[in-house]
Structure formats: C-alpha cells, structure tokens
Design a protein around this ligand. Structure first.
Ligand SMILES: Cc1cc2nc3c(=O)[nH]c(=O)nc-3n(C[C@H](O)[C@H](O)[C@H](O)COP(=O)(O)OP(=O)(O)OC[C@H]3O[C@@H](n4cnc5c(N)ncnc54)[C@H](O)[C@@H]3O)c2cc1C
Length: 310
C-alpha cells in the first residue's frame, strides 16, 4: 500500500530540548509543525535525575522538565510523533521530503535537532555507576563534587577544559590519559599550574569499584605495566562525542567532527534547512543553549517561509 503523503510547514527531526523548543515557537507562530523522534521523547536529558542549572527552576528531573516543554509545544498545535523511524530525507528540494516507515511528509522547512551521543567509557562497571560517580558532563554534574577528589578521563581539548573547570571545584583533580595529551599546549600548561592537579599520562582505567556509588578506580600504568587503586569520588569521561548526523551527512555541510555547520542564526548551507542544539557546531552544549537554538531556528524558519511566500 502506498504511504500517505502529508504536507507540513515545518518538520523538526529530534524531540530533545532543541527540537521541542523549536516546535513551541513554530507552533506559536501559527505554522503546522510535526516533530519526528526515532526513540523516546526527551533526548539526552530524559533520564537525568536532577537538573540544577536551568534558569528559574532550582531543581527538576530531566523527564519532568522535558515533558513540560512537550506539553507546551502541543498546546500550540505541534504534533510529536515517536517511534516512526525516518527512512529517507531530501533536504535540497523544495518542498523537502522526510519519509518515515509510515508516511511521506512534504515540508517547506526542516529543523535538524538530532543531538549527539557522548562516547561511553568501555568498562563493564561504567553503566552501573553512571550518575553515581561516572559522569559525562562537568557543567551539569561537577558542582556535586565541590571539595572532593575527581578525575577527568581523556586527553583532547575538551577533556582539558573539563579538568580546568573541575579543578576550581575539586580538592584534588587527576587528568587521566591513556597515551599523550592532544590538547593545545597553553591549556595543558595552565592546568598543570594548579596545585591540586595531577596529570597521569600513559595510564588507563581498568576497573571501577564502590558499593552504591563509585569510590575508586583501578589504573593501569602502561609504561611501568603496574596497576594501582586510586580512591575517587567521581570520574568525568570526556573521550569524544558522536553527533547524530549520519542520516543527512551527504546533504548538509558538516564540520570535521561531524557537527552540522550553522552559525548563530542556525541556518545551514541548504535553504530552508536549520540546525539546532547539540548537533550544531558550537562550544557550549547545555539545555539553555539547546533551547536558545530551538528558538532561533524556529523564528528563522518563520522568516524564511514569509520571504518565500512574498
Ligand atoms: C546524563 C546527562 C546529564 C545532563 N545534565 C545536564 C544539566 O544538568 N544541565 C544542562 O544544561 N545540560 C545537561 N546535559 C546536556 C543536555 O542534555 C544537552 O545539551 C541537551 O539535551 C541537548 O539537547 P538537543 O535537543 O540538542 O539534543 P538531544 O537531547 O541529544 O536530543 C536529540 C533527539 O533527537 C533524536 N534523534 C536522533 N537521531 C534521530 C533521527 N535520525 N530521527 C529522529 N530522531 C532522532 C534523539 O533520539 C534525541 O531524542 C546533560 C546531558 C547528559 C547526557
């Protein structure tokens, strides 16, 4: 049976903070809006226990926060469709085509808000302690370890930046890197100048331990070929991110790391295609910056459609 063909002003791909905020603004501007989500609504934040840095809300569960944004977007007419995987996108045509397993959508504008995944630590205990000593975002969870002993795992610029940030909070900070640091020299030197920082090169974590929370990591010194247990309150893993861009990698311009190239106006290299949130080339990836991008992308889409209809 042929798939149903449906028209929308805007199709948004991804129902995290960026996509749902875009849906809220586009719906409130009177556009017909469909949000397609391949998994559960909410994105990275869906299962986070406690968000402490969303302005105006001192403490809130990630699921609660994101479902409030969904409700707000739906109130303005946006339709959120979960679990209907996209099988094809055509982004340079007008209208643009987004085909799912169940339908073919024609959209005048598309907002890409597919976010990213942080590369996980490949130790079998890492999942067990996630959120209880194993963390992937220092800006999100670092504050809980003020005055404690923490480690950052990784050796790129992002890891050194994370270590710099955490060194101001922690009583002792280790930067653990399995080979040599790849971060720029000036940043490494600045980090090294802090008295509470120790850099362990040629060292890799082999095991994590603790009862309900992480309390130690077993580190293997690759040069000396010895292992030792290091008491730690937390490890912050910073070994790279994977933007969710495979589906449109051959159509939209990406940077070297695979993020969609788009400036502050969220416009991509393709007319009528916008990128919002963690999937866009940017420095700071937080809920507030995702919400800001969702706002800008939606309002830019409104402007684009208005200009097209002149
Ligand atoms: C554990 C954790 C805790 C965090 N805590 C905080 C915090 O306390 N404060 C803070 O500000 N930030 C926090 N962050 C960061 C914050 O969650 C992100 O910056 C923010 O969620 C990014 O939103 P986004 O909408 O851009 O992307 P995402 O949240 O990644 O959402 C993208 C959505 O797109 C969907 N998607 C991907 N590919 C497709 C596809 N092909 N088709 C359809 N849908 C697709 C995904 O399933 C996902 O739902 C945390 C992150 C993590 C992982």
């Amino acid at each position: 049976m042929a798939k149903k063909r449906q028209k929308r002003d805007v199709v948004i791909i991804g129902a995290g903070m960026a996509g749902l905020t875009a849906a809220l603004y586009a719906g409130r501007s009177g556009l017909s809006v469909l949000v397609l989500e391949s998994e559960l609504v909410g994105g990275q934040i869906a299962n986070a226990a406690d968000i402490e840095n969303y302005p105006g809300i001192p403490g809130v569960g990630g699921g609660e926060l994101i479902s409030a944004v969904q409700t707000q977007a739906e109130k303005f007419g946006a339709v959120v469709d979960e679990f209907d995987p996209i099988v094809r996108v055509e982004l340079s045509s007008q209208p643009k085509i987004v085909e799912t397993e169940g339908a073919v959508y024609e959209a005048m504008a598309v907002i890409l808000a597919t976010g990213m995944k942080r590369r996980k630590l490949s130790l079998k205990e890492a999942d067990r302690y996630e959120g209880r000593g194993v963390h992937y975002c220092e800006l999100c969870d670092g504050q809980a370890y003020a005055g404690k002993t923490v480690a950052v795992i990784g050796g790129g610029n992002a890891a050194v930046d994370a270590a710099e940030y955490l060194s101001k909070l922690a009583s002792k900070l280790y930067l653990i890197q399995r080979s040599e640091l790849r971060a720029d020299k000036a940043s490494v030197e600045r980090l090294r100048s802090h008295k509470n920082v120790e850099i362990l090169r040629q060292t890799e974590p082999r095991a994590l331990s603790g009862d309900t929370k992480l309390t130690a990591a077993t580190l293997f010194d690759r040069k000396a070929e010895t292992a030792k247990e290091l008491p730690l309150d937390a490890v912050f893993v910073n070994i790279g991110v994977e933007p969710n861009t495979a589906m449109f990698a051959d159509q939209v311009k990406l940077d070297k790391a695979g993020n969609i190239v788009a400036g502050e106006d969220c416009r991509t290299n393709l007319d009528g295609v916008f990128a919002a949130g963690d999937v866009r080339t940017k420095e700071i990836r937080q809920l507030t910056t995702a919400a800001a991008d969702g706002t800008v992308a939606a309002l830019e889409a409104v402007k684009y459609l208005r200009e097209m209809n002149k």
